[in-house]
Design a protein around this ligand. Structure first.
Ligand code: NAP
Length: 250
């Protein structure tokens, strides 16, 4: 039986699924979006920088995969009504949603807890914790209309165990893990929606380079190398998996 670590997706494993991915313009989000599309999904690319989303859009269209949708949104400043408007647009276009990957994140600064800037603290919490809460709430009616819906929250090693100087990023990830558990527990009894939290492990990206500037980039995986774990959770292989704190670390 395959697991999140061994899963090998079939070409059509996400056929006809509608999957929304935040932070889809770069790094892990872009790689997962392209892989979802190449396995049959229509992806909704949500992110801050329109130009980056357009590049991913162009690559997906050029590959012959289902045409994606671009939704530029700055999660640091979006208001609750922006999320409901966005969900209404998805409802109008597709009628339902099968997958929701909360992948966007703001790293903030690595600094002492005592000195952490309050404005930065609020921004990290807004992007990493409040935005996924607001987006999930707005999308739940659409996810309830899916026959096999999956929500993935993103966490990190620093969220699973707090570490000096990781401040708001670590704490927001820990709170996200707990939010996942609250939601998974509520949804397990009333719906078929599965909810999990995933730590991708060390992956080459802009965020990673800022967090670990001294790291040898050639020794860590590229985003394309870890996408199967996401496809496992978003597709039929992940059926029955819910409420789990998962990691793609080797
Ligand atoms: N890479 C790792 O080693 C690692 C390890 C553990 C966990 N993670 C987690 O994996 C996820 C993906 O990170 P990554 O490594 O792929 O980093 P990345 O390449 O820097 O991607 C982060 C994404 O988040 C988006 N984003 C940031 N602020 C946003 C905002 N205010 N509104 C909307 N989108 C925003 C960025 O969009 P723009 O580019 O347009 O700003 C970008 O697409 C994050 O949740 C991160 O915490 C990564």
């Amino acid at each position: 039986m395959s697991s999140i670590h061994t899963y090998q997706p079939t070409t059509d494993c996400l056929q006809d699924r509608i999957i929304l991915i935040t932070g889809a313009g770069a790094g892990i989000g872009a790689a997962v979006a392209k892989s979802c599309a190449s396995h049959g999904a229509t992806v909704i690319l949500l992110g801050k920088t329109t130009r980056k989303l357009e590049t991913v859009y162009d690559e997906i269209v050029a590959s012959g995969a289902p045409e994606p949708i671009i939704m530029p949104m700055d999660l640091a400043v979006a208001k609750p009504e922006d999320y409901t408007n966005m969900a209404e647009a998805v409802e109008k276009e597709f009628g339902h949603l099968d997958g929701l990957l909360h992948n966007a994140a703001h790293l903030g600064n690595r600094m002492m807890f005592e000195q952490y800037d309050l404005e930065l603290w609020n921004k990290v919490m807004q992007v990493n914790l409040n935005a996924p809460m607001l987006l999930t709430r707005a999308c739940l009616p659409l996810l309830k209309k899916s026959a096999d819906a999956s929500i993935i929250f993103t966490s990190s090693e620093s969220g699973r165990k707090g570490r000096a100087y990781w401040g708001a990023y670590a704490i927001s990830n820990a709170a996200t893990d707990n939010m996942m558990q609250v939601l998974a527990d509520e949804l397990e009894t009333n719906t078929g929606i599965r909810v999990n939290s995933l730590d991708p492990g060390p992956v080459r990206s802009a965020l990673r380079l800022i967090a670990y500037p001294g790291e040898n980039q050639n020794q860590i995986k590229k985003p394309e190398e870890i996408v199967n774990g996401y496809l496992y959770l978003l597709g039929p292989a992940g059926k029955g998996v819910t409420g789990q704190l998962l990691s793609l670390q080797a």
